[in-house]
Design a protein around this ligand. Structure first.
Ligand SMILES: N[C@@H](CCC(=O)N[C@@H](CS)C(=O)NCC(=O)O)C(=O)O
Length: 203
């Protein structure tokens, strides 16, 4: 059995989607990040960066003591290895997928998070003048990243080969982009044909 330390956000969805797609048995352990549960000492033992999601696998690959994993990209990779699904074994296919997982983890995820912060959350507490630089910088970067994804999806059904952990890492970010679209005048949604087609395939 796998414990999924979870709260319903795009990063949490990556893992619940993967567990469901793999058919692996799991139970949800809620981490209410609005109530500060991510700072509890018990949780920090498995996720020292005080962020969810995290997992504890009580029947790990290879047996032995339970294994805990934090960071959604590492969790997706662990589950792919455990289920032997959604991550090819051959070196070309594997790194085709992992480069896009890392693109999400190091690029789209953090940048969409910042764009969301400056456009959606911070305006409740700050003046427009204070926020404008951050809004422009991060919205432009998200526009650029979505352009990269759009181009990638122009001639293929999934991000990297057949359905993989790359799709599961990237898809939940579209949620953030919909919130952004409502709050930012500069977020471009018009030229996203390939991305929209891919998003609807995954629905
Ligand atoms: N890079 C991390 C990011 C995880 C993350 O940012 N989680 C947020 C919710 S989406 C969180 O737990 N926030 C709690 C906090 O900021 O204290 C991952 O992909 O797992």
């Amino acid at each position: 059995m796998i414990d999924l330390h979870y709260w319903p956000t795009p990063n949490g969805w990556k893992i619940s989607i993967m567990l469901e797609e793999c058919g692996l048995p799991y139970r949800i352990v809620p981490v209410n990040i609005g109530a500060g549960e991510q700072f509890k000492s018990e949780f920090l033992k498995i996720s020292p960066n005080n962020r969810m999601p995290a997992i504890v696998d009580h029947e790990p690959i290879g047996g032995g003591a339970p294994i805990s994993v934090f960071e959604s990209g590492a969790i997706l990779q662990y589950l792919a290895e455990k289920a032997d699904k959604f991550l090819p074994k051959d070196v070309r296919g594997k790194y085709e997928v992992l480069q896009w997982v890392n693109w999400q983890m190091g690029g789209l995820g953090p940048m969409a998070g910042q764009a969301n912060h400056f456009n959606v959350y911070a305006p409740q507490f700050n003046s427009v003048e204070k926020l404008e630089y951050g809004q422009v910088r991060y919205t432009n970067e998200v526009n650029r990243l979505f352009g990269v994804l759009n181009k990638r999806l122009g001639d293929r059904e999934f991000v990297a080969g057949p359905l993989s952990i790359a799709d599961m890492a990237i898809w939940p970010g579209l949620w953030a982009s919909r919130t952004l679209a409502r709050s930012s005048r500069t977020f471009r949604t018009s030229s996203d044909g390939s991305r929209s087609r891919w998003a609807s395939v995954r629905r």
